[in-house]
Every structure is written in C-alpha cells, then in structure tokens.
Design a protein around this ligand. Structure first.
Ligand SMILES: CCCCCCCCCCCCCCCC(=O)SCCNC(=O)CCNC(=O)[C@H](O)C(C)(C)COP(=O)(O)OP(=O)(O)OC[C@H]1O[C@@H](n2cnc3c(N)ncnc32)[C@H](O)[C@@H]1OP(=O)(O)O
Length: 457
C-alpha cells in the first residue's frame, strides 16, 4: 500500500496533463464551440441573404441525426422487415445493414467548407483552365417558384463539369450532387460529403439499398434541397448527350405528390444544363474507352485535376485560359407538377429533359471547326445551319474568321491538326469526339456504336 512505485517521467507528464486537458475542455471548450457556432451562424446569415435559394434546415441537420431520420423512416423500416423475411437474417442484422447504407449515402454538408473553400477553389480552378461563358439562360429559369425544389440536370463531359457548375450557381444556391461510387475513397469521400453531395451505388440489385437511397432522395427533394444529377450516369464517350438513366428520376417521381403543393408542399423544377468545352481534359481516356468498347477505365477527379495542373504548370507563361473556352447553357425549366398535369409520364420526362439539355449545349470554336472538318462543310455554312436550328453559339467576338482561327489553334495544340491544318493520323476519333455535339445539334443521328456510350466515372 505504501511502497514506492517507479514510473517514467513521460507517464507522469501524461497523468498530470490529462486532468488539465479535461478541465480546459470544460472551461474553454464551450467558449470555443460558441465562437465557431457564432461564426457559422453569421456566415449562414450572410450567405442566405444573397442566395436565391436559401440553405434549408434539412441540409444543415447533423449528419448523425439525418442518418437516424432516414433509418427510422417508415418506408425504410418496412424494407428492413421485407429484407429480413426474404433473406432469413434477424431484424437487427437487417437494420444494421440499412444503417450502413444510410451512413454511406447521407452527406455532411459544411457551409463553411462549401462557401469558404469549395466555391472559391472551383472559381480559381475554372479560371486557370478556361474562359468561362454562360451560353444562354432561359428567361423562365430566372423566375422559378422560390419554394420549389430545383434539380439541375446536366450532360456529363468532364470532371470539370461540377467544378464549373458549382461556381456558376454559387451565387444562387448550394448544390447537392449525386456522386457515383468511384469517389467513395478517403479522404475524397469526406470532402465530397462536406460539399453536401450524396453517394449512390450503380448496378446494386439490393432492394434494401435501393429503398434507402430512394427515401433519401425523396426526403431531400421534399425538404427543398437543390440538387444536381448527371442522368447519363457517367462521362460521355462520344461527345454526344446520351439518354437518361431513370433511377434517380423514378425515385423523385415516386415521392412526388402534386396534390400536396396546395397544402404547403413543394413543386419540383428541373433545370436542364448543357455543358461544352473547347478541350475536354479526359478526351484521350474517353476516346480510348469508346474504341475498346470496355467500361473499365476510370477518370478519378484527383488524377484528372493533377494531370491538368501538370499541363498548366508546364505551359505557365503567364497566360490564362489554357484550354480555351468552357460554357454552360441553362435551358427552360420543367415543372414536375405541370408535366404530370399535362399527362406526361416518367419516360417522357427523361426524354424531354435530355432533349432540352442537348438543345442548350453551346457551340464553341474548337467543336465548330472539328465539325466543319469532319463534315467537310465550310465554317460559315455550318454556322448558318446551326443558326437556322436555333443553336446557341458562343464564339469569339471577332467574327467567324477569328472563331475559325481559334478553333484551329485549339485543335492544333491538342495535336489533332498539324501546323498546316491537316488532320493527324490516328486522330480521327478525337476529331469525331469534338465534332459530335455540333453534329448532334444539327440533328444527325448517332452511329449505332455511339448510342448510350457513357462511361462511369
Ligand atoms: C476543387 C473544388 C471543387 C468544387 C466542386 C464541388 C462539387 C463536389 C461534388 C462532386 C460531384 C461529383 C459528381 C460526380 C458525377 C458522377 O458521379 S455521374 C455518375 C453518378 N450519377 C448517376 O449515375 C445519376 C444517374 N443514374 C441513375 O439515376 C441510376 O439509375 C442509379 C440511381 C445510379 C442506379 O443505377 P443502376 O443501379 O444501374 O440502376 P437502374 O437500372 O438505373 O435502375 C434503378 C431504378 O430505376 C428504375 N427504373 C429504371 N428505368 C426505369 C423506367 N424507365 N421507368 C421506371 N423506373 C425505372 C428501376 O426499376 C430501379 O428501381 P428500384 O429497383 O431501385 O426501385
């Protein structure tokens, strides 16, 4: 009892430090937390004052609370019971499985991270690589019912898509993206969650998982969370806008009750967005995947951005816009209640949305020149044809000669044309890739191998 115990000095330090840390946590901890909470509240008030679509309380719920709310949703509990009965596992095991799915899906939005870092980084990154232009903004897109839930529906050309759109829309709303399983790697997954994005698994045939995902999407939509989806389900391998996969749209459709709008519920308004680039950062990967007909390649965002940054550093001679112009067109919004009231069905919704996305993809100089070469049609004639079908042209202001010169220069720097303007051997696929959106806008049908050629990212 009274013997002497010999212990190392470091242990003494630790033993004395622990109560000190605990006391500090008690005394200073609340103050520090209060300080950060006040900062966050002030930031939110500032951000909400300028946002057209305010950040809703649902988005700010603690991740843990949101997981619990999703897990104990009656439809999820019903699915848990069905899963237990179908597989023979005990109810608690099935519930635990649902908890894993809920934890995987639910985001952990941080306003501080989104507005303090992500939107600024998105802006800086976009400006290094591209001269960013807005192709067209439909008048109706400016006057959407402020209570409606807005869902941006976009074509997927590049990993720059969400960087670009996040920045372009940052003055109006914070967007929650549906992100494929490719990004579920630490630490990227944490950053993506902090941006308010939710994860989705593709090709899962697990009914329980599907129900949890469906309920999350329905809850977020009912609570007014502004979202963005790439209905094609991956990057376009051909350069064309592909058909919509119906999963997320079908969940939104199933959870929507137009009769609830008069009782304070929300309409859902889809805003089609068409994206176009003079240079797609992943072009070689996509064209190779299309050529091989495989779907195994991945274009992870970090690798793509690293590659782009490497090229940028190499060429950094003080000039910006290394990859020419990138542009986004915002099409006519489509109200889900109006679509249903007019007798439209789910399939029709997908078709209408993708047609509008295709219609507002801006025509840029490099794709224009690529199409002119691929179709053997002079640029002025091609422009006349595009104007005749109402295409949105986002060309340099100096006239067609300048547009043609810039387009050629972009194709030369990409190695598609040589200095004399001749198509380089082996570059036919890449030329076709850049020409594709213009040809599609002119109503040319896809080659049979092009149909629904999108690559999972
Ligand atoms: C530095 C600063 C940066 C700043 C920046 C910040 C932003 C930081 C965020 C990052 C952002 C990243 C963004 C990544 C971009 C992507 O990751 S794109 C790829 C992921 N996105 C998508 O795939 C979206 C579209 N896909 C879908 O909707 C898919 O359907 C799903 C939901 C993923 C499921 O796919 P699937 O497993 O292949 O299943 P699918 O055959 O489509 O069927 C699913 C369901 O739809 C139903 N369905 C299918 N067709 C129909 C039909 N015609 N009618 C009725 N029902 C139908 C099926 O019956 C099935 O129903 P359930 O069995 O679930 O009840």
């Amino acid at each position: 009892m009274f013997q002497t115990v010999e212990i190392p000095v470091w242990l003494v330090v630790v033993l004395f430090a622990l109560p000190g840390v605990a006391a500090l946590d008690r005394v200073i901890g609340p103050g520090v937390r209060w300080f950060f909470r006040r900062r966050l509240e002030r930031l939110l008030a500032k951000v909400n004052a300028r946002l057209e679509r305010k950040i809703e309380p649902f988005k700010l719920m603690r991740r843990q609370d949101m997981v619990v709310r999703l897990l104990y949703d009656p439809a999820v509990l019903e699915a848990v019971a069905e899963h237990a009965a179908a597989t023979g596992v005990p109810g608690e095991v099935a519930l635990e499985e649902a908890r894993v799915y809920a934890r995987e899906i639910v985001p952990g939005f941080s306003a501080l991270f989104y507005f303090g870092f992500a939107t600024r980084a998105a802006r800086a990154l976009s400006a290094v690589f591209f001269r960013v232009r807005v192709g067209v903004v439909s008048e109706a897109a400016r006057v959407i019912d402020p209570r409606a839930t807005v869902i941006f529906v976009m074509n997927h050309r590049s990993n720059m898509d969400y960087v670009l759109v996040t920045w372009l829309v940052s003055g109006r709303a914070a967007i929650s993206y549906a992100v494929g399983e490719w990004a579920r790697v630490w630490p990227l997954s944490r950053l993506i969650r902090a941006m308010g994005a939710y994860f989705i698994r593709r090709g899962s045939h697990n009914a329980l998982y599907r129900r949890v995902l469906a309920r999350y999407v329905q809850m977020a939509t009912a609570e007014g969370t502004t979202q963005a989806v790439f209905p094609e389900g991956g990057l376009s391998l051909t350069g064309r806008v592909g058909a919509a996969r119906m999963g997320l749209l079908s969940y939104i459709w199933a959870g929507f009750d137009p009769a609830a709008i008069v009782k304070g519920g929300r309409d859902v308004v889809f805003v089609p967005v068409g994206l176009a680039y003079d240079r797609v950062l992943e072009d070689a990967l996509l064209v190779r995947a299309a050529r091989q007909g495989g779907r195994r390649f991945r274009a992870p965002i970090l690798r793509v951005l690293w590659e782009a940054l490497r090229i940028a550093l190499k060429r950094a001679g003080g000039h910006r816009y290394l990859f020419g112009t990138a542009a986004a067109g915002f099409g006519a919004p489509l109200s889900l209640s109006a679509h249903q009231a007019a007798g439209g069905d789910l399939e029709g919704l997908g078709v209408r949305l993708m047609a509008e996305v295709e219609r507002v993809v801006p025509v840029l100089a490099a794709p224009l020149v690529a199409a002119s070469i691929a179709m053997a049609v002079p640029v002025p004639e091609l422009v006349a044809r595009l104007e005749a079908v109402g295409a949105v042209l986002r060309l340099p202001p100096g006239g067609l000669a300048q547009a043609e010169a810039e387009g050629r220069a972009a194709l030369c720097s990409r190695g598609i044309l040589d200095a004399g303007g001749t198509l380089q051997p082996e570059m036919g696929d890449l030329l076709a890739f850049y020409a594709a959106p213009v040809r599609q806008r002119l109503g040319e049908a896809a080659a049979s191998s092009d149909i629904s050629a999108t690559q999972r990212t």
